[in-house]
Design a protein around this ligand. Structure first.
Ligand code: ADP
Length: 511
């Protein structure tokens, strides 16, 4: 049940309000009274100081000096006033004002005629209402002020009793959540908070409403779901508040939408992470590439030295070998550069898919010829081409990146004496299939899912040189060519990589 008003903080007979410090202030009035029988003098004088919050010590015979003066003045007029009230049987009430030591006081004088058991009495009270009246004014203006603030603020202010009942919720809740106060009080909190935020709120609530721990304050963040299903973040400043006797009455909370701030923080955090990842990738790049460059460069260097220092003593075969080794080392350098260039071009969106009508048989045979010549032990690739149209749509450059890397891996990760099979066939008129089979070291099962990641090299492949970039290039180029790759492998037995490429007319494969 929602009360759209602040909880009633004022106990009857006294005035209580929250002072600006947040501490409850108990205000009230003091009363001096007497009773007079119609035929006698006043008697049964009492003084009650109801300003005290402790009712037992509220009775105080020690009257303040301004009170003594007020009583003097009022008793002077009492004789005639009392007589008039008793005779007319009509109540008399007026305000008596008094200046004392620079302060102004107001006393409410009330005289009631009372008839009982044949006797006529008069009951007279003098109440010091100076402070009370001031406070009534103040409370009036504070209430108005509070409503103005509560109803116009963009943050949400709410008060919840220790029994978890919502006592007040500012109208701004509608802006924050899309629900008004009435609606939100009917929805279980677990429905509008994410599970983490809900358990944080429950924990905080239990902590705040503990009666034994005094006033507590908590600042925390919650993620909530608006009525339009949008998830947003809020910062909550919640504090418990107590009544005059120190008992915790409930919790008030200020709720602020911090989604934009959170999004900015998140953006900053992820760009920082990206920056760190980028710098890690860069340094890995540099160390891998420099490592990949070192071996071929030292091969070239040592062969140049050999030729320079011993050119007149060397026989023709040794000179040819020196040139051949250097040529292969240069080729291997170019291959590394090629991979780096492709990856860089893909990242920058500069590598495009440009299919053209191609004689696939010719393309495959020249690629195989080139690779067969490249290796120390030549002619290890067997090319098997099935029935094929004369021309199909292929991007030659992407094609060559894909199959050079796959075939070189098959050669590199298998024994120099074993053969590699390269099968090319049509799956359907618009779809070409390729399979590369080797009888090499295979890929460990638990590492299979990582081999297409840049720089990843399986634990059993360290003996063979490599950068871990070849399959990343294959993946990038296949994506551009809209092809697919799959593989099967068994350590110690070998691997088969299968590729499917769409090769239909230009319109058929451009998307
Ligand atoms: P590189 O060959 O330069 O190491 P790749 O990206 O081409 O890098 O390959 C990543 C890893 O995948 C290789 O290091 C190797 O562990 C594994 N791999 C790829 N092809 C084969 C294959 N045919 N046989 C065994 N392992 C392979």
């Amino acid at each position: 049940m929602v009360s759209h008003k602040l909880p009633e903080l004022f106990a009857p007979g006294e005035v209580q309000l929250l002072a600006s410090s947040g501490k409850p202030l108990v205000l009230g009035y003091s009363v001096y009274s007497y009773v007079r029988r119609s035929d006698s003098r006043p008697d049964q004088f009492t003084y009650n100081n109801s300003r005290s919050s402790d009712p037992v010590s509220g009775f105080d015979v020690q009257l303040p000096r301004f009170w003594l003066l007020a009583i003097d003045q009022l008793m002077e007029r009492a004789e005639s006033e009392d007589k008039e009230v008793l005779e007319n049987g009509v109540m008399l009430e007026y305000m008596h004002e008094l200046s004392f030591e620079g302060s102004d006081y107001k006393f409410l004088v009330s005289k009631f005629p009372v008839k009982s058991e044949g006797f006529e009495f008069l009951f007279s009270t003098f109440r010091n209402v100076t402070f009370y009246l001031d406070c009534v004014d103040e409370i009036g203006s504070r209430k108005v002020l509070f409503s103005l603030v509560a109803e116009n603020m963009t943050d949400v202010f709410c008060v919840v009793g220790t029994d978890a009942r919502l006592a007040f919720m500012s109208a701004s809740i509608k802006n924050l959540t899309g629900y008004n106060a009435e609606e939100i009080s009917c929805i279980p909190l677990s429905n509008i908070l994410t599970p983490d935020s809900f358990s944080r709120l429950v924990k905080t609530w239990e902590d705040l409403r503990q009666p034994d721990f005094g006033i507590r304050k908590q600042l925390f963040e919650i993620e909530f779901i608006r009525d339009d299903h949008e998830k947003r973040w809020a910062e909550v400043t919640a504090a418990s508040f107590a009544g005059p006797d120190g008992h915790i009455l409930g919790v008030h909370a200020l709720i602020r939408d911090i989604s934009e701030r959170k999004a900015m923080q998140e953006e900053l955090r992820s760009s920082l992470e990206r920056e760190i990842e980028l710098s890690n990738v860069k340094s890995k790049y540099i160390s891998t590439i420099s490592h990949e460059f070192r071996t071929p460069l030292s091969i070239i260097y040592s062969n140049l030295q050999l030729l320079e220092n011993h050119r007149f003593e060397l026989d023709a075969d040794t000179i040819n070998d020196a040139f051949e080794l250097s040529r292969m080392a240069v080729k291997s350098l170019l291959r590394v550069l090629d991979k780096v260039t492709v990856i860089d071009a893909v990242k920058k969106g500069k590598l495009e898919f440009k299919p053209a009508l191609t004689d696939l048989k010719l393309l495959c045979s020249s690629l195989v010829k080139e690779l067969n010549e490249m290796e120390m032990v030549p002619d290890r690739i067997d090319l098997l081409i099935g029935q094929m149209p004369d021309e199909i749509w292929v991007d030659e450059s992407l094609f060559s990146h894909i199959f050079t890397n796959l075939l070189l891996n098959a050669l590199k990760f298998s024994d120099k004496k074993s053969r590699v099979k390269f099968e090319v066939y049509m799956i359907s008129p618009g779809l070409a299939g390729f399979a590369i089979t080797d009888h090499g070291i295979g890929i460990p099962e638990d590492e299979m899912s990582y081999i297409f990641e840049p720089f990843y090299r399986a634990s059993n492949s360290k003996h063979a040189r490599g950068s871990g970039l070849g399959l990343a290039v294959v993946g990038d180029c296949l994506k551009l060519h809209r092809g697919e790759i799959s593989f099967e492998s068994k350590t110690g037995i070998g691997s088969i990589f299968k590729v499917v490429l769409p090769v239909a007319g230009e319109a058929g494969i451009q998307g």
